[in-house]
Write a new protein. Structure first.
Length: 233
């Protein structure tokens, strides 16, 4: 059984609808890569939560991550999971297209096998959805994260988003001289990950709320898994 921490059926369906709604907006900047997207992301978030353009103060009590450049070619979710996982494991973390496509194929295969559990989350024909998702430029989202939580068997995928509430922040993400506080909105793992939580690693990815995922590199401490609340998808 797959589990998504902090996620339920209603949340998953809402996320899928949001992804469809943001496809047009996200496609406007897809060709720009992360260089421009990263600048807009950090400047926009910092200025919206503060009257000055200075970086948000870093909280030494929170884990710190560096934002890793990920191409916006439709593979960003799969690239981000691959790169973040490799970084946590101490392996080579090249932005590998082949590895990202392999993760996509594994996720689609997992979804096919779990049709009875997950087909409710797709509007329309489930097989047609999976056929579209098999395209290397199709955007992955909530459903694919659920599958990847099972595929990435040695880790727990944590999805970070900017936090407007410092008291609820889980981490600090930096990019150059900029920093923002983030909150883990959802985490994804297999049943085996829950059973052996103390031996699993955290695979952090950053979601900008528009349609782009980015990898994160831990700049302090380690990526050891800690206990988290769970709920079934």
């Amino acid at each position: 059984m797959l589990r998504a921490i902090g996620c339920n059926r209603g949340a998953a369906a809402l996320c899928l609808r949001r992804r469809k709604a943001t496809m047009t907006e996200g496609s406007r900047r897809r060709g720009g890569g992360l260089g421009l997207g990263k600048k807009i992301l950090f400047l926009g978030i910092v200025s919206s939560s503060s009257s000055s353009s200075a970086a948000a103060p870093v909280d030494d009590a929170l884990p710190t991550y560096g934002l890793v450049n990920i191409a916006g070619d439709g593979r960003c979710l799969f690239r981000s999971v691959h790169v973040s996982r490799q970084l946590v494991r101490g392996d080579s973390a090249d932005d590998d297209t082949t590895a990202a496509d392999a993760l996509r194929a594994a996720a689609v295969s997992e979804l096919r096998q779990r049709r009875d559990e997950l087909s409710w989350a797709v509007e329309g024909n489930f097989d047609s959805y999976l056929d579209r998702m098999s395209s290397p430029h199709a955007w992955g989202g909530e459903l694919e994260l659920v599958a990847l939580g099972h595929v990435v068997g040695d880790g727990v995928i944590d999805v970070h988003m900017p936090s407007n509430d410092d008291d609820k922040a889980d981490a600090v993400v930096t990019s150059g001289s900029r920093s923002i506080k983030t909150r883990v909105i959802s985490s994804y793992q297999s049943e085996g990950s829950i059973a052996a939580a103390t031996t699993r690693i955290r695979v952090p990815v950053f979601y900008d709320g528009v349609g782009h995922y980015q990898a994160l590199k831990r700049l302090d401490g380690d990526g050891a898994c800690t206990s988290s609340p769970t709920s079934k998808l």
